[in-house]
Design a protein around this ligand. Structure first.
Ligand SMILES: NC(=O)C1=CN([C@@H]2O[C@H](COP(=O)(O)OP(=O)(O)OC[C@H]3O[C@@H](n4cnc5c(N)ncnc54)[C@H](O)[C@@H]3O)[C@@H](O)[C@H]2O)C=CC1
Ligand SMILES: CC(=O)[C@H](N)C(=O)O
Length: 577
């Protein structure tokens, strides 16, 4: 983790935690905390944005947020008012305790859809809140003047695999609700992510903050979506989104909620009750783990950090990594008679491993979903962008396309869905008008060159982007759909043909129309998007696997575009420059 919040785990595998309870932070951390909450200077950029009431539904009710009055008011407010969703699971109650010790019992509200145990009910405010009920959530936030939202509700990995439809609802629809709420009400929003947000193509030892993330569980797919949506809304609207990727959490006081790492809690209970434990993971399955106190401490410390301390919005946090056999050995130092047997459960054992490739493919619908160069972002390699790399796009278009890729691949691996996806470059076509994208200039320039002889580019002269003739795009799609399953080593491929800048395409057009005049008047939004996209695609996998090869290069594309548009104009009786 390259966190600048100075995170250090206290509980280390094989050693006793130095602090049993992490409630009392060292003085230096307490000092960091207060300015963190007060530091609104870093959020100034957000004042420029006008946010809709329901961002994802684009409600017509436009409200201006992050205005001066709101900012000034929140900066006077020293004590956060916290709402925790899904608070009755393994983690919520302990986090509430820690926050209540720091900010006062009444300032931390636990919520869930379950009935709270009596001791939880008596220990501080508890309310019913279903994250699928947006109106009720909004009422809670407004009526209680909430300023921090900790979004814990989720179906965990093993339970999610057993009920994919419900996991999609709770983990994705529920997330969209809290994102909307956080935007509307200028909340600091914490959404935990997980080691489950990585997949078999991610580096495993260690997994860095930024890398390929193609998880193979609905839980992981929904968590990558949370990371990307939160980061997107942070960059676009200044949402104060914070996310930590938790390892498996080990706690004595609360039961885990159906995850893959739950064995690391159960083993202690079984060791002390029966002296026997049957592990559903293999003896050598090494996973990152953390003591629950460290998890709470990290969360609070991260929530208290000031904006300017954060170089990322999603951080890994780590403490230790162990296997079932290693933790059993450690327990045997105290309980020498512990007997452990191994009976790996296919679902839990395959999560994060390659074995799902062995699943039989069913012969259902062959589904094609195009993706785009927009599925990459500023942290992706740009020249060239490979098929598998970091993908943290800065547009909702890109975030939704990454989500399509991940959902399709997940359903392919889980149920054998014949999902196929190509990442198209900017498509250049003479016959149809583009629909409002960032690469549209590369079509418009031909129309303007032949009508007025002048073109004003909304991208800088040197903005290099991958592009393709529409015929190549159609041919690639058909060829890919016809490829047999055994030709495909991936389900999502880049396809490339050429890469050019506005100036280069203008030069090529001038070989036919020497008087073309091009001016450059970069549009901030589209230029920023283009600058975050790859300059070139690496499509070597598509070429190797199913024989992809483009027919058009830049000079052939220009010749064909000018010929087609000239013909169209002549047919329509329009002048040709
Ligand atoms: N416990 C762990 O090892 C790890 C947990 N996390 C994340 O931390 C968060 C909290 O984890 P846990 O407490 O372990 O989860 P848990 O599964 O124990 O608790 C989740 C809670 O969400 C509630 N819930 C379910 N549907 C709901 C709905 N429609 N509305 C409101 N609440 C609903 C459940 O009643 C449950 O109390 C989750 O987002 C999880 O993904 C991440 C990594 C590790
Ligand atoms: C690591 C997690 O996110 C959770 N404990 C699970 O195993 O699903």
């Amino acid at each position: 983790m390259h966190a600048s919040t100075d995170w250090r785990p206290l509980a280390v595998y094989g050693r006793r935690p130095r602090l049993r309870s992490s409630v009392h932070l060292p003085p230096r951390q307490r000092l960091v905390m207060l300015p963190g909450w007060l530091c609104h200077g870093c959020r100034n950029r957000a004042r420029w944005h006008h946010l809709s009431a329901r961002v994802f539904s684009w409600s017509p009710r436009q409200i201006s947020r992050w205005d001066k009055q709101e900012s000034a008011e929140s900066s006077r407010q020293e004590t956060p008012r916290v709402l925790i969703t899904g608070g009755l699971g393994q983690l919520g109650v302990g986090l509430a305790q820690l926050l209540r010790k720091q900010y006062g019992t009444d300032n931390v509200i636990l919520s869930d859809i379950k009935k709270p145990p009596v001791e939880v009910f008596n220990s501080g405010p508890f309310v019913y809140a279903d994250v699928l009920d947006y109106k009720n959530l909004r009422e809670l936030v407004v009526n209680n003047r909430i300023t921090w939202l900790v979004h814990y509700s989720a179906l965990l990995s093993a339970v999610g695999e057993a009920n994919v439809a419900l996991a999609r609802k709770i983990n994705i629809t529920g997330l969209h609700n809290v994102l909307d709420l956080a935007l509307e009400n200028c909340l600091r929003l914490f959404v935990p992510s997980t080691i489950g947000a990585f997949g078999p193509s991610s580096p495993r030892d260690p997994a860095p903050d930024l890398c390929v993330q193609r998880p193979r569980t609905i839980y992981g797919v929904s968590k990558v979506h949370s990371e990307l949506m939160g980061e997107y809304l942070h960059h676009k609207y200044g949402l104060d989104f914070r996310c930590l990727r938790y390892p498996g959490i080990v706690s004595a006081n609360t039961q885990p909620g159906g995850g893959t790492t739950d064995y690391a809690v159960q083993i202690f209970h079984d060791a002390l009750s029966t002296g026997r434990f049957e592990s559903y993971l293999r003896a050598d399955t090494r996973l990152p783990m953390m003591h629950v106190d460290d998890c709470h401490r990290a969360t609070v410390q991260f929530m208290q950090a000031s904006d300017c301390q954060l170089s990322l919005r999603t951080y890994n946090i780590a403490a230790m990594s162990f296997t079932p056999e290693e933790v059993a050995q450690e327990i045997r130092k105290h309980l020498p008679h512990l007997k452990v047997t191994y009976n790996p459960d296919f679902v839990r054992q395959t999560i994060g491993l390659h074995n799902v490739l062995d699943l039989a493919l069913e012969n259902c619908l062959r589904l094609f979903v195009p993706s785009t160069i927009g599925a990459f972002g500023p942290s992706s390699p740009r020249d060239p962008a490979p098929d598998l790399c970091v993908q943290r796009p800065r547009t909702i278009y890109g975030v939704s396309k990454v989500h399509s890729e991940l959902m399709g691949e997940y359903l392919h691996h889980k149920y054998g869905l014949d999902f196929r996806c190509l990442r198209y470059p900017g498509i250049v076509s003479a016959n149809t008008q583009p629909g409002g994208g960032t690469t549209d200039y590369a079509v418009q320039i031909f129309h303007d060159a032949l009508s007025t002889g002048r073109f004003e580019s909304y991208l800088r002269a040197d903005t290099r982007l991958p592009m393709m003739h529409v015929d190549d795009c159609h041919r690639a799609t058909v060829q890919f759909m016809q490829a047999s399953d055994c030709q495909l080593s991936l389900r999502t491929y880049n396809i490339a043909a050429m890469s050019f800048t506005p100036e280069e395409v203008a030069q090529e057009i001038r070989k036919h129309l020497p008087h073309l005049k091009v001016t450059y008047n970069p549009d901030f939004v589209r230029q920023t998007i283009a600058d975050s996209w790859p300059m070139r695609f690496d499509d070597s996998n598509a070429r190797r696997d199913w024989g992809w090869k483009p027919a058009y290069n830049l000079s052939e594309l220009v010749t064909d575009m000018l010929r087609s548009i000239r013909e169209q104009r002549t047919k329509a009786g329009l002048p040709v420059s």
